[in-house]
Unconditional design. Structure first.
Length: 216
C-alpha cells in the first residue's frame, strides 16, 4: 500500500505557526520565518511557475525534490485551501494559488460542506465531507499506487497522526523561537508514538529530519 507522508516546517520550540493567526496573517506573528529557507530555492520557484527566475540550489533543494517525488495525490484542510468557513457560497474560493497551483496532481480537501470538484491546470481539487479516512481512501485511489502527501495544515497532520494512519513525518526545523502559536504535537499521546529517524540533512538556515512513524 502507498505511504501517507507529512512534511512541515517547525520552530525550535515546537510551533508551526506563530501567535494571533488571522485571515490576513495565516502564519501568525513570526510564522513567515519558518519558510524563509524555502522561498529562494530553485525547486520552489519551479513549482510556482517562476523557473525563469533561477534560484538557489543547496541541500534543501534536494530535500524538497525528494518530498514531492513519488507523490500522486495530496490531502489538505479547508483552512489550507482558503480562508473562511461555512457553506462555499455562489462564488466559492478557488485556492491561494491562482489558476496554476503548484501540486500538479489531485488534491483532496477536507471540509464540512459539499462542493463540486474544481479543475485547474494540472490540479483538480476534490472536496470530501466524510472525514479523514474517506479522504485518504479517495486520495489513494487518485494517486494510482503512488504515495499520498498531507499538504497541511498542522491540524490535519495531527488528526492522521493520532489515528495511526501516518507513515512518515519530515520536519524542517528552523532556528527560531515563536514563543506560542500552533503546536504540532498538541494533544498527541506521547506513549502511543514511536519515531524512527530515517535521515537528517543540515542545510542553510534549517535542518531536515525524516522519521518513520510507529504506534505502540
Amino acid at each position: 500500500m502507498s505511504k501517507l507522508r507529512f512534511s512541515i516546517a517547525i520552530s525550535l520550540d515546537g510551533f508551526v505557526a506563530g501567535p494571533d493567526q488571522s485571515e490576513e496573517n495565516p502564519l501568525g506573528i513570526g510564522g513567515k520565518k519558518l519558510h524563509e529557507w524555502a522561498t529562494p530555492l530553485k525547486v520552489f520557484k519551479e513549482m510556482h511557475g517562476r523557473a525563469s527566475e533561477g534560484g538557489e540550489v543547496n541541500a534543501s533543494d534536494d530535500v524538497l525534490r525528494e518530498r514531492f517525488a513519488g507523490v500522486g495525490a495530496s490531502i489538505m484542510g479547508r483552512r489550507m485551501f482558503g480562508p473562511g468557513s461555512g457553506p462555499w457560497g455562489e462564488d466559492p474560493w478557488r485556492g491561494w494559488w491562482g489558476d496554476e497551483p503548484p501540486f500538479h496532481h489531485p488534491v483532496v480537501v477536507l471540509t464540512h460542506h459539499e462542493r463540486e470538484p474544481l479543475e485547474l491546470k494540472e490540479t483538480t481539487f476534490y472536496f470530501v465531507t466524510e472525514g479523514i479516512e474517506a479522504a485518504l481512501e479517495q486520495a489513494r485511489e487518485a494517486a494510482g499506487g503512488q504515495d499520498v502527501a498531507i499538504a497541511g495544515g498542522a491540524s490535519v497532520g495531527r488528526q492522521y497522526l493520532a489515528a495511526g494512519l501516518l507513515d512518515e513525518i519530515d520536519l524542517s526545523i528552523v532556528p527560531v523561537l515563536l514563543g506560542g502559536g500552533e503546536g504540532l504535537f498538541t494533544g498527541i499521546e506521547a506513549n502511543d508514538l514511536q519515531l524512527e529517524q530515517l535521515r537528517a540533512v543540515d542545510a542553510p538556515g534549517v535542518i531536515h529530519v525524516k522519521y518513520r512513524v510507529g504506534h505502540g
